[in-house]
Design a protein around this ligand. Sequence first.
Ligand SMILES: Nc1ncnc2c1ncn2[C@@H]1O[C@H](COP(=O)(O)OP(=O)(O)OP(=O)(O)O)[C@@H](O)[C@H]1O
Ligand SMILES: [Mg+2]
Length: 328
Amino acid sequence: MVLLNRYAERAALGRLLDAARAGQSGVLVVRGVPGIGKTALLEDAIESATGFRVARIVGVESEMELAFAALQQLCGPMLGRADRLPAPQRDALGVAFGLRAGDVPDRFLVGLAALSLLAEAAAVPDEITSLGRILRLPPLPQVPGQLRGRAFALVEAAYPGDAATGAELIRPLRRLGPELDTFAMIPAPALQHLHMDPDQPVPAHGDGAFLADFPAAAIDILTAVAGPDAGTPLASIEIRHLGGALARPAPGGGAQANIDASYAMFAAGFTPTPELADAVRGHAQAVKDALAPWHASYDYYNFEETPAAASAVLPSASYHRLQKIKAS
Ligand SMILES: Nc1ncnc2c1ncn2[C@@H]1O[C@H](COP(=O)(O)OP(=O)(O)OP(=O)(O)O)[C@@H](O)[C@H]1O
Ligand SMILES: [Mg+2]
C-alpha cells in the first residue's frame, strides 16, 4: 500500500532500523486513537526492514492476568532453539511456558532466557559458514586482467541448502554493494576452488591463531598491520567465522569434542626467495602478535605452521586428560 505523509513518523522508525543495523538496540512505542494509522506505519516500516527478522505478537485484554502470555507468543516459534541456552535459562523458560514442572521462575532469569533465545534466533543457521579476507593478487600473467596486481576485501560463504534460502542468508552481504559478486549454486567438487588456493604446490608460509572475539578494535588493528596502507608481503589475511555446531561438544568427540573459539585467523604469503620467506614469516607473526589481546587459550593444529607445543593447540582440559592417559 502507498503510505501518505507521515514523514516524521517514518523518519523516526527509519532511525530505529538504522541504529539496529549498526548494532544498537532500541524500543519505540507507536500510539494513537483508533484508526489513526498505527498499523499502516508499522507495515510500512516492516517493508523497509530488509534483512530483519520480524516477530509479531498481539496483546489481548483478557490475557492481562496471565503471566508471560505475550512472551510465550514471541518465543513460541523459536523454542526449537531453546536447547542451546544455558540450563538455568532453558529451565526458567520451560516452567514459565508450562512445558515443565518447577517453582515459579525468577523473572530476571526468564527475561535473560528470552533475550538469549532472540539472539539464537537472529543468528544464521549452522549450515552456513563464512570468512572475510584481505587478498592481494600478484601482478602475474596467470591472474585475470581485471584482478591482476590488485588488493581486495573478500567475503566467502558456503551453504549446502536450496538457492532461495541461500540467497536470503547472504542478502546482507549483497547490500554491501560488492564490485564482483560470484555467489552461485555450484557442484560440491567446485568448493575446493572457492578459496582460490593455487592448484599446484607453491612456496608459501602461513600461520594462524584462534580468536576468542573479534570486535571493532581488533578489526582496526588488523587493518593497520595488514590493510591497504600496511605495505605487507602477505597475500592473504583471513578471519574465519567459527561457532555454531563447532562450538557444541560432539557426543563421543574424543579429546577435542568442540571448538569454543569464535574466529580463526590465518595469514599467508608466497615465499619464492629466502628474503621473501623471512619477510612473510615476520609479517605473519606480526599479525598474530597484533591480535594477541583477543587470542583464545589454544590454537588449531591445522593452522599452526610454526612449531608449537601440544599444550598450545589443545584446550587445557583435553591436554591434561591426554597427558594422564599417556602416563597411565
Ligand atoms: N498514511 C496513510 N496513508 C494512506 N492510508 C493510510 C495511512 N494511515 C492509515 N491509512 C489507512 O487508514 C486505515 C486505518 O489505518 P490503521 O489500520 O493503520 O489504523 P490503526 O491506528 O492501526 O487502527 P486501530 O487502532 O484500529 O488498530 C487503513 O485502511 C489504512 O490503510
Ligand atoms: Mg491497528
